[in-house]
Design a protein around this ligand. Structure first.
Ligand code: ZN
Length: 554
């Protein structure tokens, strides 16, 4: 950079996961062509194989040196280093501040690539000057570099924002507002399949489904502690009939209120309430990201009210349920974290200890390996977080299971014990998918938009060869729809090759082609998205073929 742009001031340039970056203060705005010439210069430097020489010097001397070369950012950094002695590295007359270690010489650098240019505020503070950041990566050899670049390409191809547009699944628009999602018909159909599955399985697992309002009195959020602990994520209150109301950031207080609406005895517990509850949370505009970070979203939320002696068993059930749901979506690898008591907490140490043990025991009984995240629990109790690995091996935080002995106290909820005395239940908060929006974003990337049959918005397209086949094809498509199979007719006046291509681009799992023979035999082959054929089937056989795959959720 200094060879090509001597006027550039150097800020910081650390190694990061998968690569490195460097921030520069320079008048000129970098363009992609600059990247090419910078890479060329880098190759020259590598070819020279000049050594990196470490020099240690008193800090004051280093300050003087960088002041004389006008590197004001280095001077600022140096002023904050408490050590009396600092290290710099010199390479062919170029000196940079660095703790080290370095490679012995430039020739040791393997394959590298500069990846992108971005704006970045000095020290990440928007009050500071905007610098230009160049990202890059480096590997031992070009084979490993290529593998990584292919991986980046694959990530780009699977970007849910791109696929969301191509497949017309959802949109987020300026007209509506940042971080607010519109589910388009195809995306909404996928969501419906997820929700239907979710409701059915919750019913089987002994949950009761609730619906609760989107707003509630501010007073409620005071009582729940959200105003004290969570206000930076909440929107401004609104006034209704002289009373302040607040849009909900969480569903918990509503479920507590339902629990409270009748008397409970030890025999009634556990009570399991679940809701696809839509909440709104303030996120800074800079962190919003497609479906992954939004301002309004629907949690697959549940609250279990149980006796202390039931915690472990309930956690075991929740774990089974969670892993089953995740597996259904093709996530079979997880990283599990157990977060323990944070610095600021409520509740007795005894409660913390027993509930942390309950979580730990449940994980051990299931034979699940986990990592302890010390001090990362919520203020009201310990929790288990599950991160799933997608088809590219990337980790995503989805499920969370939290024990809570604070809210039962705050809202004074009780049950009548076997000794006829009032006791406090324990509350378990849990979300399996996290939020439907975020989970959908993850699924789009995980499946690269090619959803399995049970989720696909259109499951089968019926394609006609000529106009005379349209009547039969229409009848078939509507018969399939009547049997709950999402079929769509393409009887446009187009070549069959085009119709197949359109169906493939939309990633429709199956198609059938209707021509003279299919009409006269009333039998047809079904063509899979990957080009495989099976059949011929009559319409009844076709329906069972599809139903079997739909029901298996493969
Ligand atoms: Zn909750």
């Amino acid at each position: 950079m200094k060879n090509l742009f001597p006027e550039a001031k150097l800020a910081i340039g650390p190694a990061i996961q998968d690569g490195f970056y460097y921030d520069f203060d320079i008048e000129k705005t970098f363009i992609p062509e600059d990247i090419i010439s910078i890479e060329k210069e880098m190759k020259e430097i590598i070819k020279k194989n000049s050594p990196f020489i470490r020099k240690e010097m008193p800090r004051a001397e280093a300050v003087g040196m960088f002041e004389s070369t006008g590197e004001k950012y280095k001077v600022e950094l140096l002023r904050e280093i408490p050590d009396e002695t600092v290290a710099v590295y010199e390479e062919d007359g170029f000196v940079d501040l660095c703790r080290g270690p370095h490679l012995a010489s430039t020739g040791r650098i393997g394959a590298f690539k500069l990846l992108s240019i971005a704006g970045a505020y000095w020290r990440g503070d928007e009050k500071n000057k905007m610098l230009q950041r160049i990202y890059g990566t480096s590997f031992n050899n070009s084979k490993d570099l290529k593998k990584y670049l292919d991986f980046l390409e694959e990530i780009k191809k699977r970007d849910h924002r791109r696929l969301g547009k191509e497949l017309d699944l959802f949109s987020i628009s300026d007209e509506i507002g940042s971080g607010l999602v519109l589910w388009h018909p195809a995306g909404a159909l996928i969501r419906q399949s997820i929700e239907d599955f979710w409701r059915k399985e919750h019913f089987k697992a002994g949950y009761q489904i609730l619906y609760t309002p989107h707003i509630a009195k501010l007073e409620l959020w005071k009582r729940s502690g959200h105003l004290d602990f969570y206000s930076e994520n909440m929107y401004s209150p609104m006034e209704i009939d002289g009373t302040d109301y607040e849009i909900k950031p969480m569903n918990c207080p509503f479920h507590i209120s339902v629990y409270k609406s009748s008397l409970r005895s030890y025999r009634n517990l556990p009570v399991r309430y679940a809701e696809l509850g839509t909440v709104y949370r303030y996120e800074r505009s800079g962190v919003l990201h497609g479906l992954l970070r939004v301002r309004g979203f629907t949690q697959d939320d549940a609250h279990i009210f149980c006796r202390e002696d039931q915690i472990e068993e309930e956690i075991l059930k929740v774990l089974d349920f969670t892993l089953f749901v995740l597996k259904t979506f093709g996530f079979e690898q997880y990283d599990i974290y157990l977060s323990t008591k944070p610095e600021k907490y409520v509740g007795s140490d005894e409660n913390w200890e027993s509930s942390t043990d309950a979580l730990k025991n449940a994980l051990e009984k299931k034979g699940l390996s986990f990592v302890i995240d010390p001090g990362e629990g919520v203020f009201y109790g310990p929790k288990i977080d599950i991160k799933v690995k997608d088809s590219l091996g990337r980790s995503w935080q989805c499920s969370t299971i939290q024990v809570d002995f604070n809210n039962p106290e705050r809202f004074d909820i009780t049950y009548r014990g076997s000794d006829d005395r009032e006791r406090r239940p324990i509350m378990i908060h849990r979300a399996l998918m996290g939020s439907l929006e975020r989970f959908f974003g993850i699924l789009i990337e995980h499946y690269a938009g090619a959803f399995p049959l049970w989720l696909a918005p259109v499951q089968l397209s019926v394609l006609t060869i000529a106009e005379r086949h349209a009547v039969y094809a229409e009848k078939l498509a509507s018969e399939l729809r009547n049997r709950g199979i999402r079929s769509e007719l393409d009887a446009d006046n187009e070549k069959i090759g085009n119709k197949i291509r359109k169906s493939t681009v939309r990633k429709v799992p199956y198609s059938v082609i209707i021509g003279d023979k299919e009409v006269s035999d009333a039998r047809m082959f079904v063509r899979k998205r990957n080009g495989e054929n099976s059949g011929p089937y009559n319409s009844e056989e076709l329906i069972s073929f599809l139903e079997e795959e739909i029901n298996s959720r493969r």
